[in-house]
Design a protein around this ligand. Structure first.
Ligand code: XIL
Length: 537
């Protein structure tokens, strides 16, 4: 009954934009925005304003934009972002003051004392420009200062100034705006690894020295083909224990193109996991997505052959990852009652004596939780056998019996546990095993009525390379079905398993030769099942 108190409210609530739900959880939900799209595209502008409570300038606050030549500051792009944020009651995260990319050549070629002075002046001017603007709440003071192995990156900053540039940058930022949260930001730091541990150690030592660092940003440029960092929340938590704010600063989840429903579903789980990790850590201020529509994303330009990393598609349609973010922020209060569509009939390729690859037309899932995977079953009458599971619309089955007919079907599941209808049955027969012997059996329904059916012919084929002098075919009768007659073979029944043996005149089969038998069965009125699992030995 206690749970009832947690269940909100109206359906309008459930369909509220992301920022409404985020606010209710005490977090921001943000997006990186680009000035030209903001200026030129109403859908872009309106979606951003409606859904997000926080903005990071994708490029407009970088050094090449704000100080393209020494001492010549240009805040036009940055101001446009801040104005949009102010109009729409969004907070702004300043990105980024000291970075080795998108910094003009004139900075990079300075000598040590001139470079230090240029850095301090840049920080002082840019942070100072927004110091009295309440929308601008935080800054990436340094960005990507570590290599993945945990060594400090040998950027022009480090090579010219040594490690001290980092502490100096933070001091300059604090001097320019005592209220802003000052962050260090990096990528590949979501899990606990050499790089995130190096940042952890640096932050810890800077704070011990009294250097003003308040916050750690985790870019979170993820990819579904590399797996989700399962210790993300634990990693955020260890930083939180240092007394700093943490934030997800540049979330996107790319995939190898082309996009499909299965990849979308996997992507949605990554988005959900990131949002849930932030929700679980009190010190996590919120999540910024690096863009929001696949129409505009740095991913295809940067990671060849990859894309579709964001939560809206190119036409501003919400993807499963949008729903995942939404539902995570909404606290799991919205539900997905809609099962996936029925998968296509599985068809078998690469059939050997013990394996086969099945493929089928993928299901789609419109309920929002996204496709979770497929279960592949062998039809066996009463209790069907689960042969395997797959997150794609294909599976390679192994460990099959030789010379055996398999009738298989596929069922799709979604992230909320809804199950689709079963696909139609696909049929294949494994080849004879090594050793030359072997036969196959395939049954065909000749006629059926509401209370029974005739299977004729069951075709028995010698698939081996030598002649055989007898054969035994087994198959399974569905529950409640009773054998009422047979011809051209001797049939014995044990439980629901029927064993058919050749008669004297049709046991000898040359290689590739075949023979047939048949049988009749009665079944409960209205039951539509027929036998399955013909095996020949
Ligand atoms: C990217 C932008 O998205 C691109 O438009 C630009 O061409 C290059 O930079 N880490 C960061 C971001 O901190 O600033 C980068 O943004 C993506 C990686």
């Amino acid at each position: 009954m206690l749970a009832a108190f947690l269940i909100p409210t109206t359906s309008a609530d459930a369909s509220a934009p992301l920022r409404t739900h985020a606010a209710a959880r005490g977090k921001f939900i943000g997006a990186a925005l680009a000035t030209s799209q903001l200026a030129n595209e109403a859908t872009y502008r309106n979606t951003a304003a409606t859904e997000f409570s926080q903005v990071t300038a994708e490029n407009a606050m970088k050094w090449e934009s704000t100080e393209p030549s020494p001492g010549q500051f240009d805040f036009s792009g940055a101001d446009a972002i801040v104005a949009f944020a102010t109009q729409n009651n969004m907070q702004v995260h300043g990105h980024t003051l000291v970075w080795h990319n998108q910094t003009p050549g004139w900075v990079q070629s300075l000598g040590a004392s001139a470079m230090r002075a240029a850095m301090q002046n840049h920080i002082s001017q840019v942070v100072g420009h927004y110091a009295n603007n309440p929308a601008v709440v935080s800054w990436d003071v340094v960005n990507e200062v570590f290599d993945d192995n945990g060594n400090l990156r040998t950027s022009f900053w480090y090579n010219t100034l040594g490690q001290s540039y980092i502490a100096d940058a933070f001091r300059a930022a604090r001097a320019a705006d005592p209220d802003a949260k000052l962050c260090i930001n990096d990528y590949n730091t979501e899990g606990i690894n050499a790089k995130s541990t190096a940042i952890y150690n640096l932050v810890s030592s800077l704070r011990q020295q009294g250097v003003p660092i308040d916050c750690v940003g985790f870019q979170s440029h993820l990819a579904i083909q590399y797996g989700f960092p399962g210790d993300f929340q634990q990693n955020l938590q260890r930083f939180a224990a240092l007394g700093v704010q943490v934030r997800i600063t540049e979330l996107d989840v790319r995939m190898v193109m082309p996009r499909d429903a299965t990849k979308d579903a996997t992507q949605a789980t990554y988005y959900r996991n990131v949002v849930n990790a932030c929700l679980a850590v009190t010190a996590c201020a919120g999540v910024t997505i690096w863009g929001f529509t696949d129409k505009y994303s740095w991913v295809p330009d940067t990671f060849s052959g990859q894309g579709a990393a964001l939560i809206y598609d190119e036409n501003y349609q919400k993807k499963p990852s949008y729903t995942a973010v939404h539902d995570a922020l909404a606290g799991g209060t919205t539900t997905d009652p809609t099962p996936p569509t029925t998968p296509g009939t599985p068809s078998a390729g690469n059939v050997t004596s013990n394996s086969a690859t099945l493929t089928w037309t993928a299901s789609t899932d419109s309920g929002g939780s996204g496709l979770a995977g497929y279960d592949v079953y062998r039809e066996q009458g009463a209790t069907d056998q689960l042969l395997g599971r797959s997150t794609t619309n294909s599976i390679t089955l192994t460990g099959l019996s030789p010379s055996t007919q398999y009738q298989v079907y596929v069922r799709a599941r979604d992230g909320a546990g809804n199950v689709s209808a079963d696909s139609a049955l696909g049929t294949f027969t494994t080849t004879a095993g090594p050793g030359g012997g072997g036969c196959t059996a395939t049954g065909t329904v000749q006629t059926q009525w509401s209370t029974g059916y005739v299977i004729q012919p069951v075709t028995v084929t010698n698939t081996g390379t030598a002649g055989i002098t007898g054969w035994t075919v087994t198959f399974t009768l569905p529950a409640g079905h009773t054998l009422t007659g047979s011809w051209n073979a001797t049939l014995t029944v044990s439980g629901q398993t029927v064993t058919a043996k050749n008669l004297g005149y049709n046991g000898n089969l040359a290689p590739n030769a075949g023979t047939t038998f048949g049988f009749q069965v009665s079944r409960p009125n209205g039951n539509t099942q027929t036998p399955s699992g013909y095996t020949c030995a």
